[in-house]
Design a binder for this molecule. Structure first.
Ligand SMILES: Nc1ncnc2c1ncn2[C@@H]1O[C@H](COP(=O)(O)OP(=O)(O)OP(=O)(O)O)[C@@H](O)[C@H]1O
Ligand SMILES: [Mg+2]
Length: 412
């Protein structure tokens, strides 16, 4: 790559060449490492993948990071390091606070979680395990390129949609995750999903397998440095335009999330996404109420059973007490069966609310989707359940820019 410039410790001379792609400014990468094999490996991986980015390298460690950030203003700074002293962490923290737009990625062998948390607290956005793999490097670089594009998007209107089960197990998480996926995959919207089941959230398992690396608790802990790229890097990237902020992995961590974290979280998310989808637990508390307050529409999810309808009634009374207008509430009947004893008319007359949509019962497709962590619209796009989810996603977007249907849908 022509743009790479090898540097000696402490010497940083020429600026990056300003390269532009058709989509905008190119990501500028700086690699700071004791071992010169790192920049050359990264450069080779990028070249092999036919990606060219302005890249400079510097032989050194944390002490060089401040100068690189100041003089070169990279977008992505890859720092090799294994154990950092508290002084080095302090230095790193100063640099990342002063240059919050520089994404710092640490290159190191597998580390125990305590050490990772320490470096994350010092502002490191991601950790790439060494030995480096082509896939790991390319993915990280592409994520940062995308973050830059996101941060440069103009302000826009964002819709906040909350899904809440009237009774446990009604399917709120299934619908929230799958409609979020359909909004991103099929409608090309930028979508963020927050799992607000803070105690026992499981939304991440519906769209991917494996435990999430970060959660809402990590964002709350560093709320003062929250911006679009930090939020993006804290989310599971299900699709390039669909990120999910997972629930904390333990109730102790959930306790770290407080009411004052919620507004900043929404402010940043609403600036960067077209839809913010909330998966909210049925036990209402100060935090979930704050989240529901921010929602444009709330989708209580119920099934055609008496206990479900009884709980839906209680929930609708709670919404009335919170002064939510009826237009904000959009009932979804999930696992709908035509021949069930309880009809849709029964539900509407008992609750005195209109049903917004029904989603068919489809045990085989939904169980397969949930067990594999693959959204139903991807796993079985032609199934009736997938089609109904796609329809809902489409309806939530229809009229955007024209103001008619969407305005009607969101008007109250
Ligand atoms: N349309 C459907 N057809 C068949 N099964 C479904 C459907 N929707 C959801 N399910 C099943 O119901 C189970 C519970 O769904 P989900 O976890 O989404 O409910 P929830 O309302 O979020 O419950 P919780 O109270 O635990 O948060 C899922 O594991 C899935 O197998
Ligand atoms: Mg749930």
């Amino acid at each position: 790559m022509k743009t790479q410039q090898e540097r000696q410790p402490g010497k940083i001379a020429t600026k990056f060449n300003q390269e532009k792609t058709r989509e905008g400014k190119k990501l500028k990468i700086a690699v700071v490492a004791q071992d010169s094999q790192y920049p050359s490996t990264i450069q080779r991986f990028l070249a092999e993948a036919d990606k060219s980015y302005p890249l400079i390298s510097l032989i050194g460690g944390v002490q060089q990071v401040a100068a690189v950030a100041e003089q070169e203003q990279p977008d992505l700074l890859m720092l090799e390091g294994q154990y950092f002293s508290s002084m080095e962490l302090e230095t790193l923290n100063r640099v990342t606070s002063r240059f919050p737009d520089v994404g710092v990625v640490m290159l190191c062998p597998a580390q125990p979680p305590e050490l990772l948390i320490e470096v994350m607290r010092a502002g490191v956005r991601e950790v790439l395990p060494t030995p480096l793999t082509r896939h790991g490097v390319i993915d990280a670089v592409e994520r940062f390129q995308q973050r830059i594009a996101l941060s440069r998007m103009p302000m826009h209107e964002c819709k906040v949609l909350a899904f809440i089960p009237c009774k446990g197990g009604s399917g709120a998480t299934f619908l929230a995750t799958n409609i979020a996926y359909a909004l991103a995959a099929q409608e090309n919207k930028r979508v963020a999903l927050f799992d607000f089941n803070l105690q026992f959230g499981d939304a991440s398992l519906f769209v991917q397998d494996g435990p999430p690396a970060t959660s809402i608790a990590d964002v709350a802990r560093q709320i003062q440095r929250l911006d679009g790229s930090f939020l993006n890097s804290s989310m599971i990237q299900v699709l390039p335009n669909f990120g999910m902020l997972a629930a904390p992995e333990s109730p102790e961590k959930a306790a770290e999330i407080r009411s004052e974290h919620i507004n900043p979280l929404f402010q940043v998310a609403m600036k960067h996404y077209d839809f913010v989808i909330l998966d909210v637990g049925r036990e209402l508390d100060a935090i979930s109420i704050q989240a529901l307050d921010r929602a444009d529409l709330i989708f209580p999810v119920l099934q055609q059973t008496l206990p479900s309808i009884r709980d839906a009634r209680r929930m609708s009374a709670a919404f009335a007490a919170l002064n939510y207008p009826d237009e904000k509430i959009r009932l979804i009947v999930n696992r709908y069966k035509k021949n069930a004893d309880i009809t849709l008319d029964d539900i509407e007359s008992t609750l005195n609310l209109k049903i917004f949509k029904v989603v068919p019962n489809d045990y085989a497709v939904v169980t397969g989707s949930v067990n594999q962590g693959i959204p139903a619209t991807k796993l079985a796009p032609r199934s009736p359940v997938a089609k109904s989810l796609q329809e809902i996603a489409h309806e939530l977007c229809r009229g955007a820019g024209q103001g008619n249907l969407l305005r009607k849908l969101f008007a109250f």
